[in-house]
Design a protein around this ligand. Structure first.
Ligand SMILES: [Fe+2]
Length: 196
């Protein structure tokens, strides 16, 4: 039986996007991944019986020295995850950088830090991004809409290896789907079926 070191860590107050990190065992199985994703949405307040969570796709990411990934998000998914297969926690292989969608301490719109303003530019609520160093077995879950990037691998001796996952939330298979959720995929009809 594996014990998870469940560190419920918000990325930082201003990103406040509920990025969770788990120290997952290597060889994370599909069922374990599904359980972690379900636990994540439950922590956010979703009633498990009122949504269906689907693993939409998964793909490996391998970065050699000097390779990174530019800022992006995953517009076709709701929940994303990454499982690190390499990394010693130093960040030398390239950190995951999560970009704050807004600065939550900017109570007065437009009152940005710096430029002589009253908000301390180094205040943690005011940082524009948060970095996470890869570590073997670390599983990170975050909203797909959240911009993120990967800094270049600075370790000439190591590949940076991870597996990314995208999840989608729909209505449950049974019952009438509410207007605010996509129906369950089992209720979808390919347009090709309609043209015949
Ligand atoms: Fe990504």
């Amino acid at each position: 039986m594996h014990t998870y070191a469940y560190t419920h860590s918000h990325t930082s107050p201003q990103t406040c996007t509920h990025t969770h990190t788990h120290n997952a065992p290597q060889g994370l199985g599909h069922s374990q991944l599904a359980a972690e994703a379900a636990a994540y949405v439950a922590v956010l307040g979703f009633a498990p019986s009122r949504v269906a969570l689907h693993l939409q796709r998964a793909w490996p990411v391998v970065s050699e020295e000097g390779q990174g990934i530019g800022r992006h998000h995953h517009p076709n998914a709701h929940l994303s995850a990454v499982l690190y297969l390499t990394g010693d926690g130093s960040g030398e292989e390239g950190v995951l950088r999560v970009h704050a969608p807004h600065q939550s301490n900017e109570l007065v719109p437009g009152l940005v830090a710096g430029h002589g303003g009253p908000i301390a530019s180094d205040h943690p609520f005011n940082s524009e991004s948060w970095d996470l160093a890869p570590e073997v077995g670390l599983l990170v879950l975050f909203p797909s809409r959240l911009d993120h990037s990967v800094l270049a691998n600075g370790d000439p001796e190591s590949l940076r290896c991870s597996i990314s996952f995208d999840f989608v939330i729909t209505a449950p298979e049974q019952g009438n789907p509410p207007e605010y959720l996509a129906p369950h995929p089992s209720q979808w009809t390919p347009c090709s079926d309609l043209s015949s």
